[in-house]
Design a protein around this ligand. Structure first.
Ligand code: ATP
Ligand code: MG
Length: 418
């Protein structure tokens, strides 16, 4: 019987994994500079957490969740996103008692039962950030700027940063009514899902990806014009601070996020290089969510970026490459034992050292070292054993130096190279 990965899931193997690690390391570096600390949360959560926060009428809850009863009959869900579990943990551990702002980040798999296509998987990985306790739009701008920095250090270019404000519980009802007035006359031009959403959650009509709906909603009233004074000032503050920080952006009044918990600031980053699945990262404010989860009213803002969508955009020149620091070739039993113990000493000192394990000819050992991309090669044969000395060959510049068969000498020689 042949086993395969499930549809929409993928194995990540070397050498691709090095690009993942490169992005993760770059993100960690930026997070540190902004004072974000890592959190690791479970993959399974109680289903209610997602229904309550993301919203019953969202695509995620309506059709994309991996939900099943556990052996105790409780409904559990494999997390489709990171913010709801984060807020659950924030409230559960009373993190709101710590001084504000609190800044956290996470990296890990999310699960959505979607129709798999290019850059759209059923298990995908997100890097996300959440910042709690600050209402001021300086924080919104800082979060977006941080996201821009992460994308910039990994070499992503030509990205569009779109921002909007989707208002708060005070001004959204009047926008909702205005939108309904607009939609009512042309409802028959929308897909079945949107017709249903008209009553339950008309804002979601603006997020529908069906081409007929995209054209039918042309000319819909822009949410920005319906903001209350507080949301309007907040949005102006966001724009002001983004300009101050030099983050290029455009205002897209039709940007609506697919999750119900957002308030005020919402943003999305997209790349034209990706085609249909062009959103690489998205986020927004969720000032009511902690409250909703039973904690004290606490503002929050966050984003998540999709690893699978940024991996193909990483420039080849920025992809990590390279093989072992040293490959030790050996001729004969005694030499192979010398190679084994020398390699062990060098590995203890942090070098990546490979040796040969069989009786292959010197030529084939050299070929192997080359194929692995070894930076240096050292051959141990009878002479080297006798003289306790040999030639360290640098494979990049082809230079050769005589070197004693001592781990310190190797370390010294390689340090000089770097
Ligand atoms: P889309 O409109 O593409 O479905 P979304 O609005 O559902 O995206 P979010 O919930 O905002 O996505 O998730 C943030 C990011 O996670 C997205 O911008 C995208 O990069 C990534 N992402 C979301 N769903 C998937 C998926 N099924 N496969 C791969 N990446 C995904
Ligand atoms: Mg989606």
């Amino acid at each position: 019987m042949k086993y395969k990965t499930l549809k929409g899931l993928q194995d990540i193997l070397p050498p691709d994994i090095s690009v993942w690690q490169h992005i993760e390391a770059a993100a960690r570096g930026i997070f540190r500079a902004y004072g974000y600390q890592e959190i690791r949360l479970p993959i399974l959560e109680a289903t209610d957490i997602f229904i309550r926060s993301i919203g019953e009428t969202s695509d995620i809850v309506e059709k994309e969740m991996y939900t099943f009863p556990d052996k105790g009959g409780r409904s559990v869900t494999m997390r489709p996103e990171g913010t709801a579990p984060f807020v659950r943990a924030y409230v559960e551990h009373h993190l709101y008692n710590n001084p504000s702002p609190q800044k956290y980040y996470y990296m890990g798999p999310m699960f959505r039962y979607e129709r798999p296509q290019a850059y759209r998987y059923r298990q995908f990985c997100q890097i996300g950030a959440e910042a709690m306790g600050v209402e001021d739009p300086k924080l919104d701008a800082e979060v977006i700027s941080m996201l821009a920095k992460i994308l910039a250090v990994i070499g992503l270019e030509r990205l569009n940063f779109e921002i909007t404000s989707i208002g708060c519980k005070n001004c959204r009802p009047s926008y909702r009514e205005a939108l309904k007035v607009f939609l009512r006359g042309r409802l028959s031009s929308f897909c079945g899902d949107c017709q249903r959403r008209f009553d339950s959650n008309p804002l979601r009509v603006l997020d529908c990806k069906v081409p007929e709906c995209i054209s039918a909603r042309q000319g819909s009233p822009p949410v920005i014009e319906y903001l209350c004074a507080d949301c309007k000032t907040h949005f102006e503050g966001l724009e002001h601070n983004l300009n101050l920080l030099g983050v290029p952006h455009t205002v897209n009044p039709n940007l609506v996020r697919g999750l119900d918990y957002y308030t005020k600031t919402a943003f999305e980053v997209s790349s034209e290089s990706l085609g249909a699945q062009k959103a690489v990262a998205a986020g927004g404010r969720y000032d009511g969510l902690v409250d909703e989860f039973g904690g004290p009213p606490t503002p929050g803002i966050g984003f998540a970026l999709g690893m699978e969508r940024i991996i193909p955009l990483v420039k080849d020149s920025l992809k990590p490459s390279g093989g072992p620091d040293l490959f030790i070739c050996c001729m004969g039993r005694e030499a192979s034992e010398e190679a084994l113990s020398l390699a062990e000493q060098l590995r203890t000192r942090g070098l990546w050292v490979e040796i040969n394990y069989d009786n292959a000819s010197l030529k084939s050992q050299m070929r192997k070292a080359n194929r692995m991309g070894a930076e240096n090669i050292f051959v141990i044969g009878e002479d080297e054993l006798k003289n306790k000395q040999g030639v360290l060959k640098n494979m990049t510049d082809k230079s050769e130096i005589n070197i004693n068969l001592l781990s310190d000498e190797f370390i010294k020689a390689m340090k000089k190279e770097k």
